[in-house]
Write a protein of this length. Structure first.
Length: 640
């Protein structure tokens, strides 16, 4: 029986079904927003022809006034879906100042609908569609086997979204942990009776994590500070802790201290049967605290049967002493640094400098000082040009004393990336940090989110690196947010959205999650949702980059007056505190005022703004990619 004829479009490994509104690659569906699919259809149907921007705007938004930057964002999204990079425009060619041309040869395939269904078992052509909560089409099933797999994945995603606490309880990283022993150092208890000594207990916990993390990283993974500190003063059972962190062993400890004396009690517990493998009390002088940490690490290695190399055993057997006053100042510095507030960072600088004054050869204090200056700039409390040179000087001094400090190399990596724009040196420093301590989650996090994503544009590698960071720090909302962000930006929107929902169930006010969720919606052209997301951020979270995102969404919705009010607000705010010029530039880009955008991009260049790291990879610059001024800016920034 003859059925209705359906017209299909094919180019390279891609297949376009206009009726079902599907893009597939090797029979696998690729998610696209409705407007991005409309854009694709226009371009492939006019393959080889120049399609003017004005024509595209009229086709895509026939009854609505929108800025030209909307078109640029959908072109960017489409290029990402087709696998194009900044250096490769094999599908969509930009004709500067005029429009776009689809460069691939498109084959039109006509097939009878009945025949298509009959042959679906062998050719896997039949596709079942549903709509997700955003209204985007989801392709569920080329073939029975794939149908079961995709439905199973959808069910799994639903279970994940059902609750982050359940996700934690059953161990999200269990598969990733296979092959390595995983251990958590729970926060040491402060038994001094003085709550002002909490900084000391927290500091010993953090140092113990670092020491154990360096033991034998190929065999032992150690959960990062961010995740374990959530168990401070907790009464959870150890088996529950073990499930939530996906660890086989837990190290517990407590301490008492006097003016010059320290008593530390530690015990190692196997989670599966909660058996105590070892316990010990240490009565020492304060200056011997690092030697105690070495002894504890050696016993842990013995009890869990790590095969240490001769050099690793030598490192643990070297007797070390520390200036007690310098060590105490350093621990206070870390305590305030971990508060992640402007006052905390500035007090951390004071304490790290105090530690250096008391012991000029104490390398951790220099590394801490570098970290404090980096985050003062990173959180927008100081201009990069003021903070980053101080950070670099401190990090280099730390490495001059101890050239095996992963923390200092990680700091240098970020400085090279965000301030010096020395991409090769950034990669070298990050890789050296990971080589020295593969258990240092911050190195994996910054390397993935900064270098691999922003500079190289390797999204798959970015996601893999962030998964490593999350394995080591499973309860870090910052790492979880960046992973969700890059999943969305890579086109894996549903998976990324599920993770955003998990994060906001734990902390409904987490600024970074709302901010990047807004960006993810923006990239999909879902402006009401993007606006709602950024409007959920309340003071003191309404910093410059958040306000700029609000302005972008207003502009993309055609609300010019509100967008210009945001620009004025940012300019007035810059008179009182530091505002990144790049934040103002991206609002002007969304408004379609490229000339003023370039004025502020030049200011960003002069101030070495980190916002310029994404010149080649961020969709916000799509409206000016064909402008000679943009090419000149990219050349001067030097992104490879």
């Amino acid at each position: 029986m003859n059925g209705r004829v359906k017209q299909q479009l094919e180019f390279g490994p891609f297949h376009v079904d206009p009726e079902q509104r599907l893009l597939l690659r090797d029979q696998q569906p690729i998610p696209l927003s409705p407007k991005a699919f409309d854009l694709l259809l226009v371009l492939v149907q006019r393959s080889g022809q120049l399609v003017l921007k004005d024509d595209l705007m009229q086709i895509l938004w026939p009854d609505t006034f929108v800025e030209e930057s909307n078109l640029g964002q959908h072109v960017f999204q489409l290029r990402k879906a087709l696998g194009e990079t900044a250096q490769d425009s094999s599908y969509i060619v930009t004709v500067p100042g005029r429009g776009y041309r689809f460069a691939q040869k498109v084959q039109v395939v006509e097939e009878e609908e009945d025949k298509l269904v009959v042959e679906s078992h062998s050719r896997t052509r039949m596709v079942i569609e549903e709509e997700d909560s955003t209204g985007a089409r989801l392709a569920l099933a080329p073939g029975k086997t794939r149908f079961r797999k995709v439905v199973a994945a959808a069910v799994a995603a639903g279970l994940i979204v059902a609750g982050y606490l359940v996700w934690r309880q059953y161990g999200s990283q269990r598969t990733a942990n296979a092959g390595r022993i995983m251990l958590a150092v729970l926060p040491f208890q402060n038994l001094t009776g003085d709550p002002d000594q909490e900084y000391f207990a927290d500091g010993i916990t953090e140092e113990m994590i670092t020491k154990l993390g360096q033991l034998h990283p190929e065999q032992l993974g150690v959960i990062a500070r961010t995740s374990v500190m959530g168990y401070k003063h907790s009464d959870k059972r150890l088996d529950q802790v073990g499930r939530e962190l996906s660890v086989q062993y837990v190290l517990e400890g407590s301490l008492r201290r006097t003016t010059d004396h320290l008593r530390i009690t530690t015990q190692l517990i196997r989670v599966k049967d909660q058996s105590h493998l070892w316990a010990e009390d240490y009565d020492r002088q304060l200056q011997d605290v690092l030697s105690v940490e070495d002894e504890v690490a050696a016993v842990v290695a013995r009890e869990i049967q790590l095969r240490l190399t001769p050099q690793q055993r030598l490192n643990l057997s070297s007797a070390r002493v520390v200036n007690p006053e310098a060590h105490e100042a350093y621990l206070k510095g870390r305590f305030f640094w971990n508060k992640r507030t402007e006052d905390g960072f500035r007090r951390a600088v004071e304490y790290f400098n105090d530690a250096i004054a008391k012991d000029p050869n104490y390398a951790p204090a220099y590394a801490g000082l570098a970290d404090a200056y980096i985050l003062l700039a990173g959180y927008g409390f100081e201009p990069e040009k003021d903070a980053m040179p101080k950070a670099k000087e401190a990090a280099l001094h730390a490495l001059k004393i101890d050239d095996r400090m992963a923390e200092a190399y990680t700091s240098l990596g970020l400085i090279s990336l965000q301030y010096e724009w020395n991409w090769a040196e950034a990669e070298k420093s990050y890789k050296r940090a990971i080589e020295l301590n593969p258990n240092y989650s911050v190195a994996h996090h910054w390397y993935g989110d900064g270098y691999l994503a922003g500079i190289v544009g390797k999204t798959d590698e970015t996601i893999a690196e962030l998964r490593k960071a999350q394995q080591l720090d499973p309860l870090s909302l910052g790492i979880a947010t960046d992973l969700a962000k890059w999943l969305c930006f890579a086109g894996r929107f549903d998976e990324g959205m599920g993770r955003f929902q998990e994060i906001l169930k734990v902390d409904p006010d987490f600024v970074q999650a709302h901010y990047y969720l807004s960006q993810a919606y923006e990239l999909r052209g879902m402006y009401p949702e993007a606006l709602a997301g950024v409007q959920k951020i309340k003071p003191p979270g309404m910093t410059g980059y958040v306000i700029a995102q609000l302005g972008r969404i207003y502009a993309l919705q055609g609300r010019r007056r509100e967008a210009l009010e945001i620009v004025d607000r940012l300019q007035r705010q810059s008179e009182r505190t530091y505002v990144d010029p790049g934040d103002i530039a991206i609002v002007y880009l969304a408004l379609g005022n490229n000339d003023l955008a370039f004025v502020w991009l030049e200011k960003a260049y002069e101030q070495r703004s980190p916002s310029l790291d994404g010149l080649k990879t961020s969709w916000v610059y799509e409206p000016i990619r064909s402008d000679p001024r943009f090419a000149d800016l990219v050349r001067r920034v030097g992104i490879p």
